[in-house]
Design a protein around this ligand. Structure first.
Ligand code: CAA
Length: 293
């Protein structure tokens, strides 16, 4: 089966990035959110990121126009999924919201449509089970910022068919990403490693091992990471990291995945990182200022 038309559910950070790369690869894309203002914001981000590429001479004005011309915004979920070949969901990580959305999508999407979730931790098998097509349900995990990061983790649920995996691999490669195939397990491959690593950096801050900026510098220069772990924590969102840590403890029944108390306290204070203007750094000034703990 050839994928031609894709619905992306959610116009947020991940959703607009996914819509961007799919449209740039030549797919017709409908980006859906629950309010027009979210769609407008997502479209503005896509435009800004395309123009960034134009300024650097990586793409032409014709490519920018053609990419934007392939993306439409839409609020009505039924209308969005009624004639698409693939649905990629990037809505908030709330289990009930995901399950309710998938039930509705399954009811209105054509029989051949493949359903893919960009979840970073929720069980693919659990979501697939609320649909009548678990063999066509799969995980398709992109990384932030989507236009830049080169990987898609493909996650096979209990009932996912090999044909579905092959189709998603083809789409991921067409949008310029390398793929890894992962059997379903909490955090898949990347977050299984990333979340405990970031948590360990936060434990070290909590214990006074180093300052925020020195811990970041140490890992950036000592391990050649593009961002230090605390900058990356702010980039991903402390709320997301806490959610994943708690989910790991619940699923693995192993306290080694527990979140540091400092992370929990910061989330309770609303200091969830860049999107809130404050996390391990304060973003209110000209350049990020490290916090003291
Ligand atoms: N959208 C599109 N392009 C972007 C971008 C964005 N949001 N941010 C940066 N870019 C582009 C820039 O235009 C630039 O392109 P060129 O090389 O062609 O000039 C390139 O990316 C590098 O950007 P900058 O020079 O501005 O900045 P940088 O070198 O510091 O790179 C970064 C920025 C790419 C974000 C880099 O710091 C990085 O790779 N950080 C780590 C990101 C990461 O680990 N992401 C995964 C998070 S985990 C996750 O997403 C999964 C989960 O489930 C939690």
């Amino acid at each position: 089966m050839e994928i031609k038309k894709i619905a992306v559910l959610g116009a947020g950070q991940m959703g607009n990035g996914i819509a961007h790369v799919c449209a740039q690869a030549g797919y017709e894309v409908i980006m859906r959110d629950i309010e027009q203002k979210f769609i407008d914001k997502g479209m503005a981000t896509i435009k800004k990121n395309l123009e960034r590429g134009l300024k650097k001479g990586r793409i032409t004005q014709e490519e920018v126009d053609a990419t934007l011309g392939r993306i439409t915004g839409e609020l009505d979920l039924k209308a969005v999924v009624k004639d698409v070949d693939l649905v990629i969901e990037a809505i908030p990580e709330i289990v009930k919201l995901k399950l309710d959305t998938w039930k509705e999508v399954d009811e209105h999407a054509p029989e051949h449509t493949i359903l893919a979730s960009n979840t970073s931790s929720i069980s693919i098998t659990q979501m697939a089970a609320v649909t009548k097509r678990p063999e066509k349900f799969i995980g398709m995990h992109f990384f932030n910022p989507v236009p830049v990061m080169g990987l898609v983790e493909i996650i096979k649920g209990q009932a996912t068919e090999d044909e579905t995996v092959e189709i998603i691999k083809t789409v991921s490669e067409k949008v310029g990403k390398k793929t890894v195939l992962v059997n379903e397990a909490p955090g898949f491959a990347v977050n299984r490693l990333l979340v405990p690593a970031i948590n360990e950096a936060v434990f070290a801050i909590q214990e006074g091992v180093a300052t925020v900026e020195d811990m970041d510098l140490a890992i950036k220069m000592g391990l050649n990471w593009p961002m230090g772990p605390l900058t990356l924590a702010d980039f991903v969102g402390l709320d997301t990291l806490l959610y994943i840590s708690d989910y790991f403890v619940e699923e693995f029944k192993d306290s080694k995945y527990r979140a540091p108390a400092l992370l929990r306290k910061m989330v309770r204070a609303g200091w969830v990182g860049r999107k809130a203007g404050k996390g391990f750094y304060d973003y209110s000034g000209d350049k990020p200022k490290p916090m003291r703990f």
